[in-house]
Design a protein around this ligand. Structure first.
Ligand code: IFM
Length: 764
């Protein structure tokens, strides 16, 4: 029930790209695109290893795409079969979200009328992080001999490569291996492969970076033959000897066998879904889209390490240089903090491990503290360049002010750490580095303030907010609010540490020499300018002067375009001089920090900004969904929720900015979809002490079951149009307060707490 996605006969080039993303498999260590076994770099095959980057000459540094050990091709009468060029009678791809297993069925019809059917089942093991397993079954409608070419293809798809050199194809019977080293840092990598099954095998090497075995398979009509293929992927970042580690894993895999490996892998996924499956009654489409979103987050989450985080395009390729953006902290972290706190902790510890990179960046721009990278890779130094976009007309790079001016990134990280601590009640993150990160972020923002004597307030000038079409503006509401919030966090944190961990608090203040800055923060905190709603219109200006810009309808602006891919921001962009914005900005601020504002204020701003938002970023629609649900615009919220949750199913996202390819998966939208369902429709809000539930369910949703973990306590919530129920899974310490319709209840230890909703709350 709502656990599988299937696509049939989708073989055109657009579909190949889209399915490469939607059918992605992964285990946090590596992602393997949903391409077909016979595909090559032209169809964007990729095995992207998390946290391993390389740079060629002056090109962009980006993740390494490993040699494709999943390559298999059937040759019939000297003709290789290929789903895109051979005659295909039937074709389907299916992803079982419950177990993270991909199936492919293709029936080829050969020129002489033979039917060859291929069924390949594969998974990226979540029990053994370096392992990809494929079971390849072939059947022929006639007696014949087939050749199966199975091996490792080192000729890979790269955006700014090639990243590997010194290829060493080797045979270590029964294995074949391909080793190489990365161009920039000379990191050795190895891919090892073992294909087990019938037939007689010979090995051949093509062009130095492709090593294949040719298996002669005598086929009897309608009798299937099965090959099991095991692929191990390692780099010297994981182990001293990637080749040896790969060989031993491949041999071990063959001993254990495909079925047992599949069982252990499925058990990991079943356990995950037990913890987080959100069940919607009445809306199978939303259910599937939401599970799809959660699946994608889980497939790329670094559950195994706190040295890596989740890039903006996940592990689906090299787009955005494999960089980790604010996407993780603002859009993905809530899901992990409420469902898998241990993964949320890893994501945030990554920021601690990259703190020195953020300190270097702050110094580079003449500030102190931690200015986090806009696009962060392994060291935390900023991979974002000054010229991110190319002008489609002049073919010249456009100066963009993402790297140097999106200062909100440091506030976003401080906010995420504080939120994690509030949701999980886990102080260890703060003690193990989180507090240091918050202090350094606050210090950076302190040094970024400008005191206006005239207005007697602290302002933040010359920034780019979330809306990237308006760069170098003054007093961006989102940035100012988040900075002021960071100062408040910093002060609360100090009180908290001094009360609970006085020795550690003192040691930390001394270690980073923070006392004076702390005093300064205490002084300025109340005086930071927080753009407020206009008393008449209730509109919060996105930045100084925003409301005076040309107020043009989005359609009209888009009609002014001369090229479909032209960039709307930057110095000459069409949107720059207008009120058209790329993505949610004030609306996102209202979602994160809008508590102090009335629903009327949120509604007025939603009505104002929504028609002026291009939704040009995958981060935007969820913010509109969340806020729309909050103000009771349930139909609009639902529309934006579906757009967010299906982005990688429909492939309906921007693929190019100028000539720059930006396709891939959209994990921030995946996290946004979860937030829209939980915080938006179910109206769940955790204040640090009280769990408030204020549902606004879409018409089709008769009931939603939400598992949540708060302060280590697993809770099962049910929200329907008539009732809210909540139960603790185990006995708990302390008190959990639940607020529904202004009434606060203490959650009983054992029984279910049921709170009826009056008829007026049971709105469609
Ligand atoms: O972080 C986003 C940014 O807000 C808009 N451009 C794409 C980035 C990565 O998703």
């Amino acid at each position: 029930m709502s656990w599988t996605i299937t696509e049939t006969n989708q073989l055109d080039d657009m579909a190949t790209d889209r399915l490469g993303n939607s059918f992605l498999l992964g285990n946090g260590y590596f992602g393997y695109r949903g391409t077909l076994e016979e595909y090559t770099k032209e169809q964007k095959t990729a095995a992207i290893v998390s946290g391993l980057y390389d740079r060629v000459g002056g090109l962009w540094r980006e993740p390494i795409n490993f040699p494709n050990g999943g390559f298999i091709q059937v040759v019939y009468q000297n003709q290789p079969l290929h789903a895109k060029t051979s005659r295909v009678e039937q074709h389907s791809q299916t992803l079982d979200l419950h177990h993270a297993v991909h199936d492919r069925h293709t029936v080829f019809l050969t020129d002489d009328g033979n039917r060859l059917s291929v069924h390949a089942r594969r998974f990226v093991s979540s029990a053994r992080l370096h392992l990809l397993c494929i079971q390849y079954t072939i059947e022929s409608s006639r007696d014949c001999e087939l050749v199966v070419r199975s091996g490792i293809d080192g000729d890979v798809w790269d955006l700014n490569g090639p990243h590997l050199c010194d290829f060493q194809p080797e045979v270590h019977q029964p294995l074949i291996t391909l080793s190489a080293i990365s161009q920039e840092l000379h990191v050795p990598i190895a891919v090892c492969e073992n294909t087990v099954g019938p037939g007689t095998s010979q090995t051949c090497v093509e062009a130095g970076k492709r090593i294949l075995r040719q298996i002669r398979l005598p086929m009897k009509a309608n009798q299937a033959q099965t090959l099991d293929k095991f692929v191990a992927i390692h780099s010297a970042k994981d182990t001293d000897n990637p080749l040896l580690a790969g060989q031993s894993l491949c041999q071990e895999a063959a001993r254990v066998g495909f079925d047992s490996l599949l069982n252990e892998h499925c058990a990991v996924w079943e356990a995950r879904w037990k913890r987080c499956d959100l069940q919607i009654t009445g809306d199978a489409k939303a259910q599937l889209a939401l599970r799809f979103s959660m699946y994608h987050l889980l497939a790329i989450a670094p559950a195994h390490t706190d040295r890596a985080s989740i890039p903006a395009r996940g592990l689906s390729g090299q787009v955005y240089k494999g960089g980790i953006f604010w996407d993780t902290e603002i859009f993905m972290l809530p899901f992990f903090a409420f469902e898998f706190p241990e993964i949320a902790r890893n994501l945030l510890m990554y920021r601690f491990h990259t703190l020195d990179g953020a300190r270097r960046k702050a110094r580079e721009y003449g500030f102190r503290g931690a200015y986090y990278a806009w696009e962060s890779q392994d060291s935390g130094d900023d991979a974002c360049t000054e010229f991110n976009v190319t002008d489609v007309f002049t073919k010249r790079p456009i100066r963009t002010y993402f790297r140097d001016k999106q200062v909100h990134i440091s506030a976003d990280i401080a906010h995420a750490i504080w939120t994690y601590s509030s949701i999980t009640g886990d102080d260890t993150l703060l003690l193990d580095g989180g507090a240091e990160v918050i202090y350094e972020c606050a210090r950076f923002l302190l040094t970024r303030l400008y005191y206006s004597r005239e207005k007697n307030r602290y302002e933040i000038l010359d920034v780019t907010g979330p809306d990237e079409y308006h760069e170098r503006v003054h007093n961006n509401a989102f940035t100012n609010w988040m900075a002021a919030h960071t100062f408040e966090i910093c002060l609360h944190l100090t009180v908290f540490l001094q009360e609970r961990y006085p020795a550690q608090a003192e040691a930390l203040l001394e270690k980073i020499d923070f006392q004076k800055d702390l005093e300064a923060i205490r002084e300025v905190s109340g005086q930071v300018y927080r753009p407020a709603p206009d008393p008449q219109t209730m509109i919060i200006p996105q930045f100084d002067g925003y409301l005076a810009l040309e107020d043009i309808a989005l359609d009209e602006l888009l009609r002014r375009k001369l090229d479909p891919n032209e960039y709307l921001g930057g110095g000459n962009g069409l949107a720059t001089t207008t009120q058209i914005i790329k993505q949610a900005d004030v609306i996102l601020a209202l979602h994160i920090l809008g508590e102090k504002h009335s629903r009327e204020v949120v509604a007025a701003n939603w009505d104002y900004y929504e028609p002026r938002t291009e939704q040009g970023s995958s981060l935007s629609t969820c913010a509109y969904a969340l806020t729309a649900a909050h103000i009771g615009k349930v139909a609009a919220a639902y529309k934006y929720f579906i757009t967010t949750a299906t982005i990688d199913l429909t492939g309906d996202s921007i693929q190019y900015v100028g000539p720059l390819y930006i396709g891939g998966t959209h994990p921030a939208a995946n996290g946004g979809a979860w937030m829209a369902a939980v915080f938006g429709f179910c109206g769940i809000h955790w204040s640090g002490r009280t769990l408030t539930i204020d549902p606004h369910l879409p018409a089709l949703w008769s009931e939603v079951h939400v598992p949540l973990t708060i302060h280590g306590q697993s809770l099962r919530l049910s929200v329907s149009k008539h009732e809210v129920t909540i139960q603790a899974v185990q006995p708990f310490h302390g008190e959990i307060l639940v607020q529904v319709l202004q009434e606060v209840h203490a959650l009983p230890q054992k029984e279910k707490l049921s709170i009826p909703l009056p008829a007026s709350e049971s709105k469609p």
